[in-house]
Design a protein around this ligand. Structure first.
Ligand code: SAM
Ligand code: CA
Length: 238
């Protein structure tokens, strides 16, 4: 019994074993640095039924640093929800930066849109209401888009992560970065199958397969960080 307890999927918003430690990180290093409007969007989102979908603020802080390190100007966002990671990106890239943001659901994007407008960064965003895969394929039909994106953040349907990766390996420039979210799937990737609650199983399977493929992909340098729900940071090498 005791042995099984350690395999329960994490119920907190962090993979850290101690919620207090997670709270310490948020309160010491993340919340004091979080831009006011991003904080406002986080609070609005917290009142929604699917609030857990929003990107973890500590992971978002790391994403902002990566955006700055590669001087990201042209980016792709797959999976917008109310726009926490989108607003973070829009606030981080320069004035003339552009984000192609894709989501099948415009309604949730519109919850965050007034805050994005208040932040004065709506002009940087091209929101496309669609399945992401055809949009990425369409981008690739214009050869000028090949190797032209500095950064991508993928946080949508896990079943398509590898298909997104194949497209992004063409759209990103060499040295560009793609970050995949939820790659530890509440810790279930390391749980024995028989202990995984049914609800987590499909996403867990896709995630395990994706992580394996990514680890074997020579086109990318990888860092699999156990922040948020796990993020796989990949730099395109060639
Ligand atoms: N990054 C967001 C944030 O910081 O709030 C959270 C994204 S949420 C986890 C996942 C989003 O992916 C949802 O808004 C959902 O509508 C969208 N989505 C799911 N399947 C999709 C698909 N095939 N193409 C595009 N968007 C999709
Ligand atoms: Ca996510």
């Amino acid at each position: 019994m005791e042995q099984n307890v350690k395999f329960l999927p994490t119920r907190s918003k962090s993979l850290l074993q101690s919620d207090d430690l997670h709270q310490y990180i948020l309160e010491t290093s993340v919340y004091p640095r979080e831009p006011e409007l991003l904080k406002e969007l986080r609070h609005i989102t917290a009142g929604l039924p699917r609030a857990r979908m929003a990107t973890a603020p500590d992971a978002a802080q790391l994403i902002a640093m990566l955006l700055e390190l590669v001087n990201a100007k042209k980016t792709i966002e797959v999976g917008v929800f109310t726009g926490y990671s989108l607003l973070l990106t829009a606030l981080t890239i320069p004035e003339d930066g552009k984000i192609t943001a894709i989501d099948i659901n415009r309604e949730t994007f519109e919850i965050g849109l007034p805050i994005i407008k208040k932040a004065g960064v709506a002009d940087k965003i091209n929101f496309i209401e669609s399945e992401a895969l055809p949009v990425l394929d369409q981008l690739l039909q214009n050869h000028e888009n090949e190797g032209s994106f500095d950064f991508a953040f993928v946080d949508a349907d896990k079943v398509n992560y590898w298909s997104y990766h194949e497209r992004l390996m063409k759209l990103l420039k060499v040295g560009g970065i793609v970050v995949y979210d939820n790659t530890l799937w509440s810790g279930t990737v390391a749980m024995p199958d028989e202990l995984v609650p049914e609800f987590w199983k499909p996403g867990r399977q896709f995630t395990i397969e994706f992580n394996k493929l990514l680890a074997a992909d020579p086109r990318v340098q990888i860092s699999h960080a156990s922040i948020g729900d796990g993020i796989a940071i990949c730099k395109r090498l060639y």
